[in-house]
Design a protein. Structure first.
Length: 488
C-alpha cells in the first residue's frame, strides 16, 4: 500500500462507532481475517499484502523522503501535536478497538491509548530540541560542527500485544527526525495500526511519510524491503528468534537497526522488603497486559525468610482476579491473544508441575469460547523447569526461593535475555549492589512498572539493540555528519 485512502465504511463487521478505514487492496486482491480473542469470531478482513505491495510502499517512502527531510522541525512537531490531540479526542473508540482485536480489558486499553499518545506528545516536543553541536577542536586549529540528519526510509515492525503504543513509539520519533516509514503491524492486530495511520494523515503528514502494510506473510514482505538499497533502517519489536533473522538480513546491507526482543524478567524479593509493597508491585509487574508483555515478571525469586508470607498474599490476590469479557468495566483480565498462546502457557505449567512445582492458586475462568487462561501461582519451581527459560507470556507467576543475595543475582542473570528486572528491598545499599549486578537494560526498584516515554527502553544480551523512548529514541533515527572548517 503506497498510501492509505481513508473512507467511512470498510470495517463492516466492526461494531458501530469505531473509526473506519477504506484501504487499498493488495495487488492480488487477497485478504486475511482478524479475530476477536474473546469470541474467536472474525471481526474484519484486511489486505494480505505481498512483496509487490511492500515495494510499492517503499516507493512512496523513498519519493517522500527528501521532501519530508527538508521540512522544518516546527512543521514536524506541529503534525505530531495534531496527532496527539486527535488520539485524545478518539480515546474511547481507539480503546474499544484495542479491546476488540487484542482482548485486553477496556480499562487497560484506555491506558494504552494514553500511553501511545504520550509518546506522540513527547516526540512532538523533542522534535525541536537541538541535536548538533559546534566547538573548537582541542588543538585550536579548526572548528568541529556536527549536523543531525534523518537516517532515511525505515521499516517499522510492531508486535501484537501493544499495537497502538508500539506504532507510536516507532513512528513518532521517525516522523520527528524527518524520516519516512513503512509500518508492518503484526498480523493478529493490524486494525489499530491502520487507524493510527489514518490519524497521522489527518494530522497533516503528506502521503508517503507513513504507509501501513498488512500481511499474513511477514517474511515474504520484509525480505525484499531489507534487500532494497533505498531502505536505511529497520526497527523491530518481537521475539529474539525473529530478531536474529532480521539482524542477519540487515547485516548484508549494514542497515541501522533497533531491536527490542524477548525478555525473561526476574522479580527479586529480599527478606527486608515491605511485604505489602512486594505483593502490590508483583501484581503490576506480572499482570499488566495479562502477562503478555516483554517486561512482565516471569521469574519470581523470593528470599526464604519472606517467601511463605509473600506467596500466601500473592496467591490470594491472583486467585481473586476477575476473568471475563474484556469489554466489561469490572473485568480485570481478558483472554490471551490466540490458541497458541494458551497452549504455550499450559505446556510450561505442566512441565513445571511434572518436575516438582506446586500450584498454589488459580482464579476461575469463563466457560464457553475465548482464549482464557486462569491466573496461576506456582511455587517451588525447580531450576530445570522450562518456564524459567522461556517467556510464559501469560498470567502465570513462577516462584523460586533463594538463600543469599549472591544466589538471587546469579539466578536473575541466569538467562540469555536481559530486558527488565525488578528489585524489592528497603536496604538502599543492597538495592544499589543488586541493580548494578543485574544484567538488564532496565531495573524497577520497589516498583513493578518501568515503562516511561521519557526513558530509554531496551535491553542487553539477547534482548536487543538500541533504545526506544526518551531523547535516545530520537537519536535512533538520526545520523550525524561532521563538518570541519578552519578556526575563525
Amino acid at each position: 500500500m503506497t498510501t492509505i485512502a481513508w473512507g467511512t465504511d470498510a470495517l463492516q463487521s466492526v461494531p458501530a462507532g469505531f473509526l473506519t478505514t477504506d484501504w487499498r487492496p493488495a495487488s492480488t486482491g487477497a485478504t486475511f481475517e482478524v479475530f476477536d480473542p474473546a469470541t474467536e469470531e472474525p471481526i474484519a478482513s484486511v489486505p494480505d499484502c505481498g512483496p509487490a505491495d511492500a515495494l510499492a510502499a517503499l516507493d512512496a517512502a523513498a519519493e517522500a523522503a527528501p521532501v519530508w527531510a527538508r521540512t522544518t522541525l516546527r512543521e514536524r512537531a506541529d503534525v505530531l501535536h495534531r496527532l496527539y490531540d486527535a488520539m485524545l479526542a478518539d480515546k474511547e473508540r481507539l480503546a474499544q478497538l484495542l479491546t476488540l482485536e487484542v482482548g485486553k480489558t477496556i480499562t487497560e486499553a484506555r491506558g494504552e491509548v494514553l500511553y501511545a499518545a504520550d509518546y506522540v506528545r513527547w516526540y512532538a516536543e523533542e522534535a525541536v530540541r537541538p541535536h548538533g553541536r559546534s566547538t573548537v577542536a582541542p588543538n585550536g586549529q579548526h572548528h568541529i560542527v556536527t549536523v543531525a540528519e534523518p537516517v532515511g526510509p525505515c521499516l517499522l515492525i510492531t508486535p501484537w500485544n501493544v499495537p497502538l503504543a508500539m506504532a507510536a513509539r516507532k513512528v513518532a520519533p521517525a516522523v520527528a527526525a524527518g524520516c519516512t516509514a513503512v509500518l508492518k503491524p503484526a498480523e493478529l492486530t493490524p486494525l489499530t495500526s491502520l487507524v493510527f495511520g489514518e490519524l497521522l494523515l489527518r494530522a497533516g503528514a503528506p502521503p508517503g511519510v507513513l504507509s501501513v502494510v498488512t500481511t499474513s506473510r511477514p517474511a515474504e514482505v520484509s525480505g525484499p524491503l531489507l534487500a532494497d538499497p533505498r531502505l536505511r533502517k529497520v526497527s523491530f519489536t518481537g521475539s529474539t528468534d525473529v530478531g536474529r533473522m532480521l539482524l542477519e538480513q540487515s547485516g548484508r546491507r549494514v542497515l541501522r537497526t533497533s531491536m527490542e526482543l524477548g525478555g525473561n524478567a526476574p522479580f527479586l524479593v529480599f527478606d527486608d522488603a515491605d511485604a505489602e509493597v512486594a505483593v502490590r508491585e508483583a501484581m503490576i509487574a506480572k499482570m499488566r497486559l495479562g502477562g503478555q508483555s516483554c517486561v512482565a515478571a516471569n521469574r519470581f525469586l523470593v528470599a526464604d525468610g519472606i517467601a511463605d508470607a509473600f506467596v500466601g498474599a500473592f496467591a490470594e490476590r491472583m486467585a481473586a482476579i476477575v476473568v471475563g469479557p474484556p469489554g466489561h468495566e469490572d473485568t480485570e483480565l481478558g483472554p490471551l491473544v490466540d490458541h497458541r498462546a494458551v497452549e504455550k502457557v499450559h505446556r510450561l505449567v505442566d512441565d513445571a508441575v511434572a518436575k516438582g512445582a506446586v500450584v498454589v492458586a488459580q482464579a476461575p475462568i469463563p466457560d464457553g469460547p475465548g482464549h482464557y487462561v486462569a491466573p496461576t501461582v506456582i511455587d517451588h519451581v525447580p531450576a530445570d523447569a522450562d518456564i524459567l527459560r522461556e517467556e510464559v507470556f501469560g498470567p502465570v507467576a513462577a516462584i523460586r526461593r533463594f538463600g543469599t543475595e549472591a544466589e538471587a543475582v546469579a539466578a536473575g542473570n541466569d538467562s540469555e535475555h536481559g530486558l527488565a528486572a525488578y528489585v524489592i528491598s528497603r536496604d538502599a545499599e543492597r538495592v544499589r549492589r543488586v541493580a548494578a549486578g543485574l544484567q538488564s537494560g532496565m531495573v524497577g526498584i520497589n516498583r513493578g512498572l518501568v515503562s516511561d516515554v521519557a526513558a530509554p527502553f531496551g535491553g542487553v544480551k539477547q534482548s536487543g539493540l538500541g533504545r526506544e523512548g526518551g531523547p535516545e529514541g530520537l537519536h535512533e533515527y538520526l545520523q550525524f555528519k561532521y563538518l570541519s572548517s578552519p578556526a575563525f
